[in-house]
Design a protein around this ligand. Structure first.
Ligand code: ATP
Ligand code: MG
Length: 426
């Protein structure tokens, strides 16, 4: 026998038993963004490598070590997208969506990063993201954060996630802070690990992001970002906080929150949870006013976020919130007898017309009642609808309730829809 071919490590199948949860999650997210009047954008999963190098930054974890990059047959360097923002900006520039306009967009789809696979960290994972363009005030920052807060409410996990926010200031603020930070780090070089020493040269702000506890202890006395914010940046941040306060959205200001990508300025935020162990960030984003111009467009302010769907699904599963999610089938039609076999598909279609939201599976493949009821049970259906030749002759259907105690009953074929509607409402 030939050897089975396996999926690539860290790239998961989503099996039929799991897809109902994913569909539910996706539909809740779609409904929330729709309720804010956002439009969907779909981008290719492969882009020119240069796009990610230029936007995410050469000295970031993603570009340094996580990208799936290859030469295509023409010798062009292509990369499986590690995130959506760069592609979204590229598409916006290319199609003239950004110049002198405002856009409120969302996207959803697979992203690829060559990381060490573990719980909550995969090589193909899925993000739901939002990007807004053309708005520079704190009102839109507050809106996108408030929208994420509504996601948690909709999923019933608002008390399991906490919001951290920070302001990185504008590029001049950052430059001034950077200079002071580098001096400080140079004076404390002996306490820096190899990674931080490298970052000190290339991207000093990211030293603040270090997970090394010794480094973190030393950073207590480091120059603080808030002390370097211009009046305008500080005001922007204060206004954002006032709006979050007015909305009753709680947050913690985390002065060390800098995010791993280069393109952020002013507002940055993360939603974190302690349900998932080390992979605690479910959603992260911020403002990136320089990126559109960096990628060749006209200067356009922007703010957005991306959420990791695997992590969201894991939270819901950990909390037991996925158990009630309906499977693929609501009603399963069991068939016995020649007349019944002819009439069952007609009955099924009439029921589908009468109940567009009801998922009706018709038994195929014959077999006795025992076999058919086993299939009905495995399908996850709430009810089996039994159509035998007697039922066909009398224009009746027998309804067997597969969950709960209710007695089976034989009713007129015309009242099946009403009976099911009643049953599914409970
Ligand atoms: P982390 O610090 O966990 O590596 P990140 O800063 O690299 O996250 P972002 O680039 O901000 O992550 O991506 C936004 C979100 O996408 C993350 O908060 C997370 O929920 C999710 N995410 C990122 N990388 C992965 C991955 N390899 N597997 C699963 N989800 C991921
Ligand atoms: Mg990462």
């Amino acid at each position: 026998m030939s050897k089975n071919i396996q999926a690539i490590r860290g790239m998961n199948d989503c099996l039929p038993s799991q897809t109902p949860v994913w569909q539910k999650v996706e539909s809740v997210l779609r409904n929330v963004v729709a309720s804010y009047g956002y439009s969907e954008i779909r981008m290719p999963v492969v882009e020119a490598t240069e796009l990610f190098k230029r936007s995410i930054g050469e000295v970031t974890d993603i570009v340094e070590k996580e990208m799936y990059t290859f030469d295509d047959r023409n010798g062009d360097s292509l990369t499986l997208r590690p995130e959506g923002t760069a592609s979204c900006v590229r598409a916006g520039n290319q199609h003239g969506l950004l110049y002198n306009q405002t856009q409120r967009l969302w996207y959803m789809g697979p992203m690829f990063r060559h990381e060490r696979p573990q719980k909550g960290r995969y090589r193909q994972f899925h993000q739901f993201g939002v990007e807004t363009f053309g708005l520079n005030g704190p009102d839109i920052d507050a809106e996108v954060i408030a929208m994420t807060a509504r996601f948690w409410q909709a999923f019933g996990i608002a008390d399991k996630v906490t919001l951290e926010i920070n302001s990185l200031g504008n590029s001049e603020d950052r430059a001034a802070h950077r200079e002071a930070l580098v001096s400080f780090l140079q004076a404390n070089q002996d306490k820096l690990d190899e990674d931080c020493l490298r970052r000190m040269e290339t991207n000093p702000l990211r030293v603040l992001d270090s997970k090394n506890p010794d480094v973190q202890a030393m950073l207590v006395d480091a120059p603080r970002l808030p002390d370097y914010l211009s009046e305008e940046s500080a005001e922007h941040f204060a206004q954002l906080r006032a709006r979050l306060d007015a909305l009753g959205i709680q947050y913690r200001v985390n002065e060390r929150l800098v995010r791993g990508l280069d393109y952020y300025n002013k507002t940055v935020f993360e939603w974190v949870t302690d349900c998932l162990g080390a992979q605690g960030t479910v959603c992260a984003g911020g403002r990136y006013d320089g990126l559109v111009a960096e990628l060749g467009g006209k200067a356009t302010p922007a703010v957005g976020f991306a959420m990791g769907l695997e992590r969201l699904v894991l939270i819901l599963e950990t909390l037991g919130l996925t158990e009630d999610i309906r499977g693929a089938v609501d009603a399963y039609i069991v068939v016995a007898g020649q007349q019944a076999e002819l009439q069952a598909p007609v009955f099924a279609d009439a029921l589908r017309d009468a109940m567009p939201d009801c998922r009706i599976q018709l038994h195929c493949g014959g077999g006795n009642f025992k076999k058919q009821f086993k299939k009905a049970d495995q399908s996850g259906a709430q009810v089996a609808l039994i159509l035998g030749d007697d039922e066909v002759a009398n224009k009746q259907v027998t309804v067997k309730y597969l969950r709960g105690q209710k007695q089976q009953t034989t009713i007129s074929i015309d009242s099946v829809a009403a009976e099911l509607a009643n049953e599914f409402q409970r």
